[in-house]
Design a protein around this ligand. Structure first.
Ligand code: G6P
Length: 609
């Protein structure tokens, strides 16, 4: 999704802006641009392509300046093209924007009537003209941005610079992420911390409605009504190494292989003991979980799949009724609120617009028992919930989520055990047994990763296929869903997932020699049922690729390929079974030559609805 960078410094900011954009590339984008003030004149460069193209353009012109704004665009209004790329300009004033302005048509009409000329199809250009309109009325730049922002409906993080006003840049946010960086040589702003680590670790998280002025000698922040406000400085502990590729070819590969460590870090708090403590979700958690009668999980994408696995756990182990909803559906549906429900939002980024809005919607309905499971401690979602659990996956850069998913599952397993405990459904023996299995998870995952060479061979055969069908049952059905999502996201092979028992109610009609069928086949209580479903596929000539545990007892035969996973891992088996599916899609994408970390049309952090 769009990313913005703003910089004012005693040094040349062009390399800072470009490096910032490179660090934001992972969010997903289709064009890039920057604008700087050089001798008080505005210079703009835009490229309908990669940041590398923009950098080459800047290089060619030996561009240097002390103040500027930059942007990676993920098209929402208007096709990806140079014309629609940011910054957008209104007579010497330049704006970059992440978000969606919902009332842009009305503002555009009003400004067109006043004589402003629009040259793009974007909603952002209206912001540039709106601020300019305020400047024309005689307002100062800061006030012009603040008052213009007050007229915007929707979500925005914006950066503004203006000709003949080269001592400051103005930024503002509502709904989209934005933070300031306090550096030795200047002031900065960006959509996330990774873009600023090159110049500073000192960051300030802006709140909704904040407008800030960045100058060489400092900054000031105001609320939307103009009242000055102080926001604390946080020293980011994000390590620059964590976002370097190192020995790996792609971030996705790196992140798949980081899973043992990510799980060990996430589960560090249970490393020493044999008891589950609800306090890992917050000081009030024991009380809140004790008063909880139902769980409602809300999330999007891969995080939604983690929620679906948790439903099986929570109902079978903790005996708590649980429903799982896609955030974009829940937020607009008339539902029946229940104050005794614990609302659990799951999000890697903590900035997904639909998940955040769904959480706010649940709270507005009086559901105030809220818990965030999130990978970014300072994110908007974490700041909105009463309880929280921060997964310690480290920064996830690849658009297709991997280590965030398995660490979310680890957090949800802990939640299940905590709820089982407060409900008196966990014997000491079971508690100790589950915790031992959890502590052993990193080693178990590392063992599964060793299967990569075999999976790589399978991937060769997949890459030529147009379609694939993923099957699973019980708590592994969401794993089949996740496998299908991974394959379509990065290899662009059309993939569907089904609960295997549903096969004969429709998808069996699709099965033929050209439709590989992937089965998640752990040796759990449903394995015999699953085997019957697989027979139905074989009987129609379908080719089966089966991920079986040591005890699944499915013989290899013509058209039935088996990959032998280790011993069945009980409740936590979904954590192991997703790993080969991640590897399968990664290697299929490699064979197909797609842009693994930045798949077409997708974004990492979906900050618009
Ligand atoms: C995007 C990403 C997915 C992610 C989803 C939810 O679609 O490409 O990988 O699962 O957003 O993101 P979140 O940050 O809320 O987990």
């Amino acid at each position: 999704m769009c990313g913005i960078v703003t910089a004012i410094s005693t040094q040349n900011v062009v390399p800072v802006l470009l490096e910032g954009l490179r660090k934001l590339e992972y969010r997903g984008y289709d064009s890039a641009g920057l604008a700087v003030l050089y001798n008080n004149d505005l210079v703009r460069l835009r490229a309908a392509g990669r940041v590398a193209d923009l950098a080459a353009m800047a290089d060619e012109r030996s561009l240097a300046a002390n103040i500027g704004i930059a942007h990676t665009r993920w098209a929402t209004h208007g096709e990806p093209s140079e014309r629609n790329a940011h910054p957008h300009i209104s007579d010497g004033l330049a704006v970059v924007h992440n978000g969606i302005i919902e009332n842009y048509e009305e503002i555009r009409e009003r400004l067109t009537a006043k004589g402003f000329k629009f040259t793009s199809e974007t909603d952002t250009e209206t912001i540039a003209h709106l601020v300019k309109d305020k400047l024309n009325e005689g307002l100062d730049l800061f006030e012009a941005v603040r008052l213009a922002a007050n007229e915007l409906e929707g979500a925005y993080a914006i950066g503004v610079v203006c000709e003949n006003d080269s001592t400051r840049a103005i930024v503002a946010r509502k709904g989209s992420p934005l933070l300031l960086g306090v550096g030795e040589e200047g002031m900065y702003a960006a959509s996330d911390t990774s873009a600023l680590l090159q110049v500073t670790r000192k960051v300030i998280y802006l709140e909704d409605g904040d407008v800030a002025e960045l100058k060489l000698d400092g900054y000031r922040i105001c609320l939307s009504d103009g009242t000055p406000v102080e926001r604390g400085i946080t020293v980011s502990s994000l390590s620059a190494d964590a976002i370097e590729l190192g020995q790996y070819r792609h971030y996705m590969q790196k992140e798949i292989f980081e899973q043992p460590q990510a799980l060990a870090n996430t589960l560090e708090m249970i490393a020493g003991g044999n008891v589950v403590s609800p306090q890992v979700f917050g000081a009030q958690a024991g009380e809140v979980l004790g008063a909880t009668r139902r769980v409602l999980i809300i999330a999007c994408g891969t995080s939604f799949h983690a929620g679906l696995v948790a439903r099986y756990w929570l109902e079978s182990i903790a005996g708590i009724p649980c429903s799982v909803e896609i955030a974009s559906e829940y937020r607009y549906r008339t539902s029946v609120p229940d104050p005794d429900t614990l609302v659990v939002v799951i999000s890697q980024s903590g900035e997904t617009a639909d998940t955040l809005a769904a959480l706010k919607h649940a709270k507005s309905l009086g559901m105030n028992k809220t818990l965030a499971i999130c990978n970014v401690p300072e994110s908007a979602i974490v700041r909105e919930t009463a309880l929280r659990f921060i997964t310690r996956a480290g920064p996830e850069i690849g658009v297709a989520s991997t280590k965030a998913f398995t660490t979310q599952l680890a957090a949800l397993a802990l939640l299940t055990l905590s709820m089982a405990k407060v409900n008196g459904r966990l014997t000491e023996e079971d508690e100790s047994r589950y915790l031992t299995a959890m502590r052993h998870l990193p080693v178990a995952v590392a063992k599964v990763l060793e299967l990569e060479p075999e999976i790589e061979q399978w991937a060769q055969r997949f890459a030529s296929k147009q379609h694939a069908l993923f099957l699973g049952r019980g708590r592994h059905w969401p794993i089949a869903m996740e496998g299908a999502l991974k394959l379509k996201e990065i290899s662009y092979i059309h993939a569907e997932s089904y609960a295997a028992g549903e096969l004969k109610h429709g998808p069996l009609a699709l099965v033929d020699r050209d439709m590989p069928v992937i089965a998640v086949a752990p040796a759990d209580e449903l394995i015999e049922k699953l085997k019957s479903n697989l027979q139905e596929v074989r009987a129609r000539g379908g080719e089966l690729y089966v991920f079986a545990d040591a005890g699944s007892e499915i013989p290899e035969s013509d058209g039935v390929h088996i990959l032998h996973m280790p011993e069945h891992y009980g409740m936590l088996s979904p954590v192991l079974h997703v790993i080969p599916l991640q590897l399968l899609s990664y290697h299929a994408a490699l064979v197909k030559g797609t842009d693994v970390d930045k798949p077409r049309n997708l974004a990492k952090s979906v900050t618009v609805e």
